[in-house]
Ligand binder design. Structure first.
Ligand SMILES: NCc1[nH]cc(CCC(=O)O)c1CC(=O)O
Ligand SMILES: [Mg+2]
Length: 328
């Protein structure tokens, strides 16, 4: 018997060129979607619980889109911070063709048409109670009545020029309803990226600050978002959204749900995206600030993990920073 290991697994790891050659997964700026927050205000508004992320007026969003293009980031995701005066119980502002979202989409498609615009469909930035849909007297979020307004919301966004409609509300049947409306409304090529497996998560706190719904939200979202205990249910959610006409599906949050991403990819072989959400971003920033880890390395390792798990791409607030690191 030989005194040596039959196979030295370390051989291919010994030099940088060899590690590159043997990498099973690649991460590039083209795998990133950059989420951003729009404000009606005139100035940049830093978000305390999301250090390094700000709400921007429309002109600032257009500048960020140019930055995305220059960095090779193909797509940006938009979320509006609606002034409280425009919020209501029924979230009607969501379907106003001149709302902040639609004005931003038009400005982007005018100035930087080569960058994809993904728009959020859900009522939480527009409701006075902070829920993603209409509620009854008991506070229960109504499914079918909500779906109707979501369809109108999706249509004003598509009419304004949105490239990808991304419903994040978790109502049953809304993907099919939106797909029908898009087909009938002359938007056959507008994509739907369904937030198919979205969990009722503790990682969304800073986002709710960013869109201004944290203080308004009564209760939690457990009657529509998924229980973190469930995996099979995620597969059923994905199957339904695909059958209803989704072009791609999302798993959200990201890192704690890599098993779901891998299960979805193995079961369906469709484009899967992950949302590395606000609380995940904040945790990395806090860890780096506390000296518990190297920020750049944490950012790139977590994003690579999404790719390895099967993601086509990742929505991340670190998109611009990661793209800069990747193009060095
Ligand atoms: N429609 C709500 C929505 N869309 C995206 C996020 C979270 C994104 C993040 O935390 O970065 C949420 C929060 C929620 O469900 O309360
Ligand atoms: Mg569903």
């Amino acid at each position: 018997m030989s005194r040596y290991p039959a196979l030295r697994m370390r051989r291919t790891r010994a030099a940088p060129w060899s590690r590159s050659l043997h990498a099973e997964t690649v991460l590039t700026p083209a795998d990133l979607i950059w989420p951003m927050f729009v404000t009606e205000g005139d100035d940049e508004e830093p978000i305390a619980s999301l250090p390094g992320v700000s709400r921007w007026p429309i002109a600032g969003i257009v500048d960020r889109a140019r930055e995305a293009r220059n960095l090779g980031i193909p797509c940006i995701a938009l979320f509006p911070n609606t002034p409280n005066a425009l919020r209501s119980a029924d979230g009607a502002e969501a379907a106003n063709p001149d709302n902040l979202m639609c004005r931003t989409i038009r400005a982007l498609k005018d100035a930087v048409p080569e960058v994809g615009v993904l728009t959020d469909v859900a009522l939480d930035p527009y409701t006075s109670h902070g829920h993603d849909g209409l509620i009854d007297e008991a506070g229960y979020v109504l499914n079918d009545a909500t779906s109707e307004i979501l369809v109108r919301q999706a249509m004003v966004q598509a009419n304004a020029g949105a490239d990808i409609i991304a419903p994040s509300d978790m109502m049953d049947g809304r993907v099919g309803a939106i797909r029908d409306a898009l087909e009938q409304g002359g938007h056959a090529n507008v994509q739907i990226m369904a937030y198919a497996a979205k969990y009722a998560s503790a990682f969304y706190g800073p986002f709710r600050d960013a869109v201004g719904s944290r203080g308004l939200l009564a209760g939690d979202k457990k009657t529509y978002q998924m229980d973190p205990a469930n995996r099979e249910e995620a597969l059923r959610e994905v199957e339904l959204d695909l059958a209803e006409g989704a072009d791609s599906v999302m798993v959200k949050p990201g890192l704690p749900y890599l098993d779901i991403i891998r299960s979805v990819k193995d079961a369906f072989q469709v484009p899967v995206f992950a949302y590395q959400v606000s609380g995940e971003y904040a945790m990395i920033e806090a860890a780096a600030a506390a000296g518990a880890g190297d920020r750049d390395a944490l950012v790139l390792e977590t994003l690579m993990a999404f790719r390895r798990a099967g993601c086509s791409g990742v929505l991340t607030y670190h998109a611009a920073h990661a793209a800069r690191l990747l193009s060095r």
